[in-house]
Design a protein around this ligand. Structure first.
Ligand code: SF4
Length: 163
């Protein structure tokens, strides 16, 4: 089973109530069962909501209790992100997800880069909280630009079915 950040598939769950639909991904997944999930909504955050960023580290440090996530008003919203990541990890485990396609840059889903906490659009290397937890749990991950990984996954599944 494959799981995908819901906003990439047209669900308007981003902080501003918008989506970042990824046509290539939608096309690639047509006809296959997929699970759409949004860790921030699973954590209890509303849409729309104030944007938030990891302010003093990456997902690694947040999971260790060494960094915090604050929204644009300066409120500490770390707990929502931790709960959402745990619920997402439990959901993906229950559904036997082997590959998750995650939206880059997000403090939850960002895989290779995340916003640096300055709310200026600057990026730092590292993963968001949910991406890091899924990585720790051994789930294969890629972002929306890594369509070759998605293609390979579906190719292997198709070959498995034909054996
Ligand atoms: Fe998309 Fe993930 Fe942000 Fe939800 S938490 S809006 S799925 S990037």
């Amino acid at each position: 089973m494959i799981a995908i950040s819901a906003c990439l598939m047209g669900i308007p769950c981003r902080y501003n109530g918008e989506t970042v639909s990824c046509p290539d991904l939608v096309k690639q997944c047509a006809g296959y069962p997929v699970i759409l999930f949004c860790p921030e909504v699973l954590g209890g955050l509303l849409t729309p909501r104030s944007p938030a960023e990891i302010c003093d580290g990456t997902g690694v440090e947040v999971l260790k209790g060494q960094a915090h996530i604050r929204n644009a008003e300066g409120n500490d919203v770390t707990q929502f992100y931790l709960v959402g990541a745990q619920r997402a990890a439990a959901l993906l485990k229950e559904c036997n997800v082997q590959l998750a396609v995650l939206k880059e840059k997000s403090p939850s889903c960002g895989l290779h880069y995340i916003y640096d906490g300055s709310f200026t659009g600057q990026l730092v290397k590292g993963s968001g909280v949910c991406a890091q937890l899924l990585k720790n749990r051994g789930i294969q991950l890629c972002n929306e630009a890594e369509m070759d990984v998605v293609s390979q996954y579906f190719l292997e599944k198709t070959n498995d079915c034909q054996r």
